[in-house]
Design a protein around this ligand. Sequence first.
Ligand SMILES: NC(=O)c1ccc[n+]([C@@H]2O[C@H](COP(=O)([O-])OP(=O)(O)OC[C@H]3O[C@@H](n4cnc5c(N)ncnc54)[C@H](OP(=O)(O)O)[C@@H]3O)[C@@H](O)[C@H]2O)c1
Length: 638
Amino acid sequence: MSFSVSTFSPPTGTLPLCSHGRRIPNRSSHIMANSLRSTRASNFCQIFHGLKLWISESLSVLQHNGTFGSSQKLKTIKNHKEDEFEKKPFEETSSHARQVPESVLESKISSDSNSETTKAATHSKGSESLQSDTSVDVENSSWSSGSLQQSTMLNYIVQGDQVPSLCIAVIGATGELATRKIFPALFALYYSGFLPENVGIFGYSRKNITDEELRSIISATLTCRIDHQQNCSDKMDAFLSRTFHVNGGYDNNKGMSKLNLLMEQIERHSKANRIFYLSVPQDALLDVACSLSSKAQTKKGWNRVIIEKPFGFDMMSSHLLTKSLLSQFEEKQIYRIDHLLGKNLIENLTVLRFANLVFQPLWSRTFINSVQVILSEELGVQTKRFLDGGGIIGDIVHSHILQTIALLAMEPPISLDGEAIRNEKVKLLRSIRPLEPSDVVLGQYKSSTDDKVDLSLDNLTPTYFAGALYIDNARWDGVPFLIKSGLGLIKHCVEIRIQFRQVPGNIYREHFGYNNESATNEIILRDVPEEAILVRVNNKIPGLGLRLDSPELNLLYKDKYNVDVPDSYEHLLLDVIDGDSHLFMRSDELAIAWNILTPILNEIKKNNIKPELYEFGGRGPIGAYYLWAKHGVRWVEE
Ligand SMILES: NC(=O)c1ccc[n+]([C@@H]2O[C@H](COP(=O)([O-])OP(=O)(O)OC[C@H]3O[C@@H](n4cnc5c(N)ncnc54)[C@H](OP(=O)(O)O)[C@@H]3O)[C@@H](O)[C@H]2O)c1
């Protein structure tokens, strides 16, 4: 593959907005678990951080003492009201199936189409009248999907002071991502006591299924994690009994109004916070987002919206999407999720850098020769959605790789606050030179049977990306950041390698033989195949004579920490609940990341650049090895 020089023009022109151009103020408060209800909302975030810290400290103490099995102690503290609550399951308290009347729903929908002031007034009035209506004539209504849903709903209401303060709606509940990842992650959080015990979980789709049918779909994928299996089926039943399906139909405005009414029934008069996880196809995203913005946001607490990848397919489409989203939501309401950023390796980057004096002074061009960021997979393309957005460029490089580099190379933030970290990431991303096409190698794997390209791929879609990035600032001037990311490669590997310069005037150089480069110190931060932190040092081989080698100081997680690593969706969902935004891309980060990659995307489009073919299960295009050599880097293949 060869590139010629190209230029990039930022998008211009008028951009379409969603139809309801209203900004919803974010009432910035925090989740109120029952055990913490008396605590001021503004303090909750700190308490939550404290809780997380306390839990991790407890884990390490338990681990240190070799008695990790005491997770019961944590659960007792986190869910101390739960036992009492679970003695009265919802289904036992009422056997009557009741429904929200269609007339109430219709009047609510029409009143919502009035002016903004009227909307707000009608909204709260509507919610009160719904409560009283519900107790009077709800039995005649017909829109809802199943009787169990209504009986369970009313049982929530009957609980009085146990009304949940957090509702989580998964929009696109019957989809692959929701059933495979989102619901299991929510259950894991619920099981571990990270959700308020009366949380309301809503699955929203256009399918006409009952609560029971949704529960049956998602129960197939719920699992209890390894180290705390006690009461697993009870917990699962409790979780499922709090899960409801909303048939949104083909008009999301109506669908979101239904969702809002159901949530209001659960929330009643309590302070109410809501999370909406938008797990719908890209073409449905804006319609869903606009409808929920106007119809389903609570005014009694905060609303947070999780947006799934892809965040557009290039600079322009991403810009349009962002502009539309920002016409509906405040920036701080939007959480763009990339599950790869929920890995422990990523969260640990800032800890290693900013909590260790041993690394801090080394973290610059003075000592570091190159940085390599590697994400290779054995599998090929799994789904059609990968085909858009420049293949692997949009799917992996734009978000995961650039975010990794930003966290690894940014200046110290003033605090651990999400915005403080995002500010530093933005500065770093701004300092990255837009990629020169000549510093990129694109590849596409061949079919395993013959030399034809995989039939599911467009022949311009890269499944492999190798690139050399430079950061034009005082800390990193001249240090190449090398990226290798590909599918259908020889092995699954996720790691960062930081290679140091050679020791100046090394008096031991003759003891390393001809290959002085193998004597460079290296830090390897590995997620896959086995999570580990390795530091390569030069060492005397024991025995007579002076022979040196370069072994690794090895922190292998599975040996050191006897803990069950949560799925990255759990980690990121907890961050959303907690209001911790640092692992979610802000709109400006998103735009700058596209800016870095746009010259490459333009070049592919303009000149129909075909990626270099490589063997499925191989090491990727040969061109990548020339690229590393051009930037003076020894590429380590293990
Ligand atoms: N699957 C993954 O591993 C993965 C990974 C990263 C990102 N993502 C992203 O996550 C999103 C969902 O992916 P998926 O694989 O779960 O897709 P999917 O299997 O096609 O499911 C889509 C869901 O959205 C609902 N839906 C579709 N159109 C809708 C509309 N107009 N209004 C309301 N609901 C609608 C569908 O249910 P009905 O048809 O019944 O309405 C279904 O529940 C996509 O944006 C995808 O790019 C997925």
